[in-house]
Design a protein around this ligand. Structure first.
Ligand code: ZN
Length: 246
């Protein structure tokens, strides 16, 4: 049985200021993970700790918590160090030990790895292949590799060069996406399971794409994907412990 990595980006719903999904979806997701013996990494925006400490500590009982920045902006040279540093401090303030980082929107700066090392992160999972206007790393590997002495767990594409191995793409291209090959890592956002009525109002083109097949349909698509993968799903840290890259 193949071992693959399950990741969850825990952030406000669809770029809004609310996080309805932490109560409406996360408990169901945790039950589903329990029932299917899935261990995941929750890349968590750390300012959520101020409102949702107990919810995040509940997740941490069985899963890995890692950083998804402090406030979830696209990183640039002015805010990157603040987000990387403050995020780690916030987790420490709440006694949560984190090792990994995933950049919002998978957008990183040229000093990204230098900053992660400076602030004592021990791995990164931010590099995607291609998204118009956000990132373009067409020649970077599809499997874990070492980047500037730090393990990088890149976001794999199911279909080269831009269909990432994430629930948003399975939903967008459903039912054709049933045929997409399974990759070493998968990612999802809890808000992708919200019913349309619970999603924040936001009419940008991207957010309309992201609303496709939400709610029950998203659960169906996700559960079928997991069943068909016939895999043992684990966290980033457990995967790195078993597959030494350095
Ligand atoms: Zn995000």
């Amino acid at each position: 049985m193949k071992t693959r990595i399950m990741t969850v980006d825990l952030e406000n719903d669809l770029q809004s200021q609310q996080c309805v999904s932490i109560h409406k979806i996360v408990p169901k997701l945790l039950n589903y993970f329990d029932d299917n013996k899935i261990k995941a990494t929750f890349f968590t925006v750390s300012n959520l700790l101020e409102k949702y400490e107990s919810e995040i500590k509940e997740i941490a009982k069985k899963h890995e918590i890692a950083s998804h920045s402090y406030t979830h902006p696209w990183l640039n040279k002015n805010n990157a160090e603040f987000e990387i540093k403050t995020s780690k401090e916030k987790f420490e303030e709440f006694n949560i030990n984190i090792k990994g980082f995933r950049a919002p929107g998978m957008i990183i700066t040229k000093d990204h790895f230098k900053l992660l090392k400076k602030h004592n992160y021990s791995y990164d999972s931010s590099i995607g292949k291609f998204f118009p206007g956000r990132y373009q790393n067409l020649s970077s590997p599809q499997k874990p590799f070492i980047k500037e002495n730090l393990p990088e767990l890149p976001i794999p594409t199911t279909i080269y060069p831009f269909i990432n191995s994430g629930l948003s793409y399975l939903k967008l291209f459903h039912p054709v996406s049933k045929l997409f090959p399974k990759k070493y890592m998968f990612y999802l956002h809890p808000w992708e399971f919200l019913e349309k009525k619970d999603l924040p109002k936001n009419n940008s083109m991207i957010s309309n794409f992201l609303r496709r097949n939400s709610g029950k349909k998203a659960w169906n698509i996700f559960e079928k994907h997991i069943n068909k993968s016939n895999s043992k799903w684990t966290s980033c840290q457990d995967y790195l412990n078993k597959n030494k890259l350095l």
